[in-house]
Design a protein around this ligand. Sequence first.
Ligand code: ZN
Length: 411
Amino acid sequence: MQSWPGPPIPKLPGRGLPLRLFDSATSQIRPTSPGATAGMYVCGITPYDATHLGHAATYLAFDLVNRVWRDGGHDVHLVQNVTDIDDPLLERAERDHEDWMVLGMRETALFREDMTALRIVPPTDYVGAVESIDETVALIVALLDDGAAYRLEDGTGDVYYDVARSERFGYESGLSGEAMLGFFAERGGDPDRGGKRNRLDPHLWRGARAGEPSWASAVGPGRPGWHIECTAIALNRLGMAFDVQGGGSDLMFPHHEMSAAHAESVTGRWPFARHYVHAGMIGLHGAKMSKSRGNLVFVSRLRGEKVDPMAIRTALLAGHYREDRPWTPSLLDQAQARLARWREAVSLGVGPDAGPLLDSVRRQLADDLDTVNALSTVDRWAAEALQHSGRDTGASQLVSDTVDALLGIAL
Ligand code: ZN
């Protein structure tokens, strides 16, 4: 699938520090330890609606991971999917009397525009669910052959994964069985479906139904489930034990748990990913921003209102990526004022030595992406420059480059 154009990334003097990130599986901040090429899979959108600020915050967090690794001398192999066939897309298309494929293409195009405007470094591999059906089916066949998957005997052609076949099931989220069942029911699972071996078993393949799109395959006509889609796309491009599996915290269970279990069953190896990293939710008026609640602020809408995408970026980075946090108009006002100060400061052409700023921002971001303090570091430099303290003629450029390369904010 077509990705989007990458922003230029200035090269900074010296080298960045090893990145430490909070890992959901161990509930610890642990160092990432990529080789020459870091591997990261960040779950993509289901394109039935536009990118809201919750999505933007998640992709921004993993964009910083990408940038910090690059600054540390690594290449980054980033893989992202587009779930361009799934129930929510079909339901929205039916509601709006629209072709599901056209809806998916339009929202994916808008997502690319939003990501480009926010200066998110594009994935190396951007892969749609539909274009990866063959590789997804190959995994389902392997799981069936191994007995880790089974076909329901009700004539639907539906295939399920047997979670009891996963030795470490639950390690990724660390949730109790009861909590798992709650999230499973809430987030697209079907705990009460008859004929399953275990209530938590997720579907791998949905047999063809009248009025729904389906594809011929070795497991019969139908369409793929979401968790196995991500497993296939990640495994075939990154292999096992890649560095970071990322997404919003609402993907921790069941999505990331199931994707990992599928991969570990298929390969007989562990782990799927070395870090499972989750971004917090953005709220509006006291509730998590979500499509089902309808309390969304769209990136495209703000762009349409001529809001500077760099102000959106700055506003979202003003909170820590793991915190659930509210979006308010004043957050955007503060970000615009902050950006204006930074831009005025670098436009002076001289300022205090920026070497310490680079060191600080590197250290802060390497510490589980502490953007709150990194932004304060830039604030302090800007305040000093605006007081005309410091006559370093190279400082402005180094500050611009640091803010651009590491925070993705173009001044
Ligand atoms: Zn995924």
